[in-house]
Design a protein around this ligand. Structure first.
Ligand code: ADQ
Length: 448
C-alpha cells in the first residue's frame, strides 16, 4: 500500500497532536502510525484577500506524518465553514431543515473552497497514494480532485447522519451533490439508517455508487486505563469530595443543538418534580464547552441554556444544594475519563447524532465491580449497538425523568449485567478497527 493521505477540514495543531482531545485525531492515531502519511486541510488561520493569490500549503513533518495546511481568507472561512458547512449542511444532516439558512452565494464559496483544496493538494500527491476524505465540509472534494486529474483511489467518510432523501432534497443543488459522490471509490457512513438514506438518494438521482456502514469507535483499552489511573487525581478527588456521598449524573457534550441539552434539562426538571425524594440527594454536572460560538444559532442556544439552568437552580435549589452544575469550558480529556468513572449515571440524549463517542467512553471508563448506568437517546448512532443502555426519546421529558429514577434506584447486579452486555461492542468496534476496515476497502480498489 502507498501513502495514506487524510483530508479533513481542520488539521490538528501541534499542541492538539500532543494531547489529542478526542475526535478525528484520536480515531486516526493508529492508522497514521503505520507507514508514511500525509494529513491535509485548513490551518485554522484566516488571511486577507490580498495574501490569497500566492498561497501554498505549509508543511511540517513529525515522525512518519507530514501535516500540510492552507489558510483561508475571511470570506472563505465565512462562506465555506460558518455559513454553508455549519449553517446549512450541519442542521440539514441533523434533520433540522428549518434551521437551514441557505444562500446561493455561500454554496458557491463552498464549492470554490473544495476546488481550492483539490488544487493545493494535487502537487503533494504521489501516484500510489490512497486518499481518505472526511466529513460534510468536503462532500464534493472527490469530484474536485478528479477534475484536476487525480486518478488515485479516493474514499469518503461522513461522521454525521445522512437524512432521508425527501429531506435532503430541500437543499438547493442536492442532486449535484449526490452526483459528485460518484467520484469516490468507497463511501462510509456511521449506521444502517444513514447508509439506507444515502443509497436511496443516490438511486433516486441515478447515481451508481453506494455507501457502506463503518461505525466509528474509541480506543477502549487506553480510555479505561486512563479512567482508572485518574481515580486519585487531585481534581477527580475534588469532585468526589464535593458530592458528599450523593450520586453523580453527568452530561458531556459540545454545546450544539443536535445534542439535546435543553431537552435534557427539561427532563431533569421533570425528574425533580415527579420524584421529589431525589431533591437535594443527587448532583447533575453538565459539561458543555462552547463550540461554533460565532454562529447565531449557537449563541441563541447558549442563552437558552444559561436561562434554563438558572431557572431550574433558582426554583429547585436550596441554600446547600445546586441541582445543576453547568460549565461551558472544556475539561481536559484525562479528567473527563476520571469524571465518567465517578459518575453513577451518564445522560447522553442527542436529538440526532452520527455516532456519539461519549456514550462509548462512559462505558469504557466504568469500574466493573460497580458500573454506572448509561441513559442513551434512540437517535444517537450508537443506540443500535447499545441496547442495554436505558434508551429514551429525548423529546419526552417524562421518559428522561423515568429513566433517571430507574438508573438511580437500579440494583448493583442489574447495573453489572447491563454493563457486561454493553462492553463487548465497545471493545470490538474500536477507532483502530474502524480505520483499518475502511482503508482495507480502499486498498482493494487500488488493487483493482
Ligand atoms: P462530535 O459531535 O464532536 O463528533 P462526539 O462523538 O460525542 O461528538 O464527541 C467527540 C469527542 O469530543 C469525544 O471524544 C468526547 O470525549 C469529546 N468531547 C465531547 N464533549 C466534550 C467536553 N465537554 N469536554 C471535552 N471533550 C469533549 C462528530 C459527530 C459524532 C461522531 C464523531 C466521530 O457529531 O456523532 O461520533 O464525530 O465520528
Amino acid at each position: 500500500m502507498g501513502r495514506l493521505v487524510v483530508v479533513s477540514n481542520r488539521v490538528p495543531s501541534s499542541s492538539d497532536r500532543q494531547q489529542p482531545a478526542g475526535g478525528l485525531a484520536v480515531a486516526l492515531q493508529d492508522a497514521l502510525s503505520h507507514g508514511e502519511a500525509l494529513w491535509f486541510g485548513w490551518s485554522g488561520q484566516q488571511i486577507a484577500q490580498a495574501e490569497a493569490s500566492n498561497r501554498k500549503p505549509s508543511e511540517e513533518t513529525v515522525d512518519n506524518v507530514t501535516y500540510a495546511t492552507i489558510d483561508l481568507t475571511h470570506a472563505e472561512f465565512d462562506g465555506f465553514y460558518q455559513k454553508y458547512s455549519n449553517g446549512i449542511l450541519w442542521p440539514l444532516c441533523h434533520y433540522r431543515a428549518g434551521l437551514m439558512d441557505y444562500s446561493r452565494k455561500d454554496r458557491e464559496v463552498y464549492l470554490t473552497v473544495n476546488h481550492l483544496f483539490a488544487q493545493q493538494l494535487r502537487p503533494l500527491l504521489r501516484p500510489d497514494d490512497i486518499i481518505w476524505v472526511h466529513d460534510y465540509h468536503l462532500f464534493p472534494l472527490g469530484q474536485a480532485l478528479r477534475d484536476v486529474g487525480i486518478t488515485n483511489p479516493i474514499g469518503f467518510f461522513l461522521h454525521i447522519p445522512f437524512p432521508p432523501w425527501s429531506l435532503m432534497k430541500a437543499l438547493p443543488g442536492a442532486e449535484r451533490l449526490m452526483h459528485s459522490l460518484e467520484s469516490y471509490d468507497v463511501i462510509g457512513l456511521q449506521t444502517e439508517d444513514d447508509a439506507r438514506n444515502m443509497n436511496d438518494g443516490l438511486e433516486q438521482c441515478g447515481v451508481q455508487t453506494r455507501g457502506q456502514v463503518f461505525p466509528i469507535g474509541i480506543d477502549p483499552a487506553s480510555f479505561a486505563a486512563q479512567a482508572k489511573a485518574c481515580e486519585d487525581d487531585f481534581d477527580v478527588q475534588r469532585l468526589q469530595q464535593s458530592l458528599r456521598g450523593r450520586p453523580l449524573v453527568i452530561g458531556v457534550d459540545r454545546l450544539d443543538y443536535s445534542k439535546g441539552i435543553p431537552e435534557r434539562f427539561h427532563g431533569y426538571e421533570a425528574f425533580l418534580k415527579r420524584f421529589p425524594e431525589h431533591k437535594g440527594k443527587v448532583m447533575y454536572l453538565q459539561i458543555a464547552p462552547v463550540s461554533r460560538g460565532t454562529v447565531e444559532e449557537y449563541r441563541r442556544l447558549k442563552q437558552d441554556l444559561d436561562e434554563t439552568a438558572g431557572r431550574i437552580n433558582g426554583m429547585y435549589g436550596d441554600f446547600d444544594w445546586t441541582p445543576i452544575r453547568y460549565i461551558t469550558h472544556p475539561v481536559p480529556r484525562h479528567l473527563l475519563a476520571g469524571f465518567y468513572r465517578l459518575a453513577d449515571v451518564a445522560l447522553v440524549t442527542p436529538l440526532r447524532d452520527g455516532m456519539n463517542l461519549v456514550a462509548k467512553e462512559y462505558v469504557a471508563a466504568q469500574d466493573e465491580e460497580d458500573p454506572g448506568v448509561l441513559i442513551l437517546s434512540h437517535f444517537a448512532g450508537a443506540a443500535p449497538e447499545m441496547e442495554d443502555a436505558l434508551l429514551v426519546n429525548p423529546h419526552d421529558a417524562d421518559e428522561i425523568a423515568d429513566a433517571l429514577h430507574k438508573a438511580l434506584t437500579m440494583t448493583q447486579s442489574e447495573r453489572q449485567e447491563r454493563w457486561e452486555r454493553l462492553k463487548p461492542d465497545v471493545w470490538r468496534v474500536t477507532a483502530g478497527s474502524w480505520a483499518r476496515d475502511f482503508i482495507e476497502q480502499l486498498v482493494r480498489v487500488e488493487r483493482g
